[in-house]
Design a protein around this ligand. Structure first.
Ligand code: ATP
Ligand code: MG
Length: 394
């Protein structure tokens, strides 16, 4: 009896070369993320099977495999499964192990579903179900068959070998990482931008992140918080690294020279210009921000038009149509919320004017930005950016 994971992946609409590319990237992503575990991956009929290392893998390895699969884009769901020979005794043995766990974790109402792709097996699907149902009820007298609303279902699939598995664990779905190229995410310490990164990752965009740091106005804790967020995001977005850009000189110059109402927007424009340069230098195909329409003064249509004009790259704002409540729910689900609400101040809140510009005139703002002559400082900031490895161990 062998323990393995059955992996189901999505985007059924993909065909031909796209599908092959999807599968190759998914395999590569899983292998990279579990590189220290010497797992084996096998693909068969639109499924993947992951074989854990060794004959009897440690619970810790299984925990790592499960938490990794649950965060792998492209996978819809997965299940711990037993593969046995075509023998009813062995099928029964595997089902008993699964049932014992499921009774403890989910309850006593159960159902068996069987499918027989290999018709040479002597029992029909219906006979397999009856046989297993009887045997489980004999071993665990508290069990009740419930075909309509079971607490859990055990699936039996008779192929060349027989696979027996319980309920699937959910994974995010979407496209495997890298299928849509590489982007650069503007990552602040707030709630929104990590969610934006997650959503783009789910569409197959591999990413690095950039954070604008304004010491001493923003504290070391604020930087650490962003690094921590980048680490959580890297649990989904494999290989995400964080650029930290020294931003104090630019922030101060804008503050000293510009009208107070315009500062936030000018700061955002400078951030966009720097991100554009960094992205082109390091081979990113697009930029991503956590902006959402109308959320704050710097995110009105006019404001977004102005700040967006400082990059010629495709600029994605995946939260554009989401409410704050929806964004918060998403942040809670992916695990960034608790870190995002830590109370360290960001430069933008610190320098924010009381009455920021809501509907700026683009031409006027562009000439104000030009008059600040930030070009040299922008180049310097790009040159002095530091790369930090965000990946946190799972
Ligand atoms: P929240 O709105 O939850 O405070 P936020 O990340 O959306 O967090 P905003 O002030 O709304 O913060 O900024 C809009 C977008 O600009 C962010 O989503 C982010 O992409 C980018 N941004 C803002 N400040 C920074 C920063 N210091 N470093 C990197 N990107 C930033
Ligand atoms: Mg925001």
């Amino acid at each position: 009896m062998e323990l393995l994971y059955l992996i189901k992946y999505g985007e059924l609409s993909l065909k031909g070369k796209n599908r092959k590319d999807f599968e190759a990237r998914l395999r590569e992503d899983i292998r990279t993320r579990l590189a220290d575990l010497s797992i084996r991956l096998r693909q068969e009929w639109g499924r993947m099977y992951l074989h854990p290392p060794g004959g009897d893998p440690a619970a810790q390895s299984l925990g790592k495999i499960e938490s990794t699969l649950a965060r792998t884009f492209g996978i819809i769901g997965f299940a711990r499964s037993y593969a046995v020979a075509q023998s009813m005794d062995q099928i029964e043995e595997a089902a008993l192990i699964l049932a014992e766990e499921l009774i403890a974790s989910r309850g006593i109402r159960f159902k068996i579903e069987a499918r027989r792709s290999d018709k040479s097996f002597s029992l029909s699907s219906y006979q397999i179900c009856c046989h297993l149902g009887d045997s489980l009820s004999r071993h665990f007298p508290e069990l009740k068959v419930d075909l309509n609303r079971p607490d859990w279902t055990i699936q039996v699939e008779v192929r060349r070998r027989v696979y027996i598995y319980g309920p699937q664990s959910r994974a995010p779905g979407g496209l495997p990482l890298g299928a849509s190229g590489r982007g650069l995410l503007l990552l602040s310490g707030g709630i929104d931008s990590p969610v934006a990164g997650y959503l783009m990752g789910k569409r197959g965009l591999a990413m690095d992140a950039v954070y604008y740091h304004t010491p001493p106005y923003t504290s070391e804790q604020a930087r650490e918080k962003v690094q921590q967020l980048a680490g959580i995001l890297a649990e989904y977005v494999t290989g995400l690294h964080l650029w930290i850009v020294p931003f104090t000189e630019i922030q101060l110059k804008i503050n000293n020279l510009a009208r107070k109402e315009a500062t936030t927007l000018l700061v955002r424009a400078a951030m966009m210009a720097i991100a554009d340069r960094l992205a082109r230098r390091h081979g990113h195909d697009c930029l991503v921000t956590g902006e959402s329409l109308g959320q704050v003064a710097s995110q009105t249509v006019q404001s977004l038009h102005f700040t967006g004009s400082y990059t010629g790259l495709p600029l994605f704002r995946p939260l554009i149509g989401m409410d704050k409540a929806e964004i918060i729910r998403a942040a809670q689900e992916i695990g960034t919320y608790e870190t995002s609400i830590l109370p360290y101040q960001d430069c933008c809140t610190l320098f924010a004017p009381q009455h920021p510009e809501v509907r700026p005139r683009i031409d006027r703002m562009v000439s104000v930005f030009r008059s600040l002559a930030l070009e040299k400082l922008i180049s310097k900031a790009v040159d002095e950016s530091e790369l930090s490895i965000a990946g946190r161990a799972l």
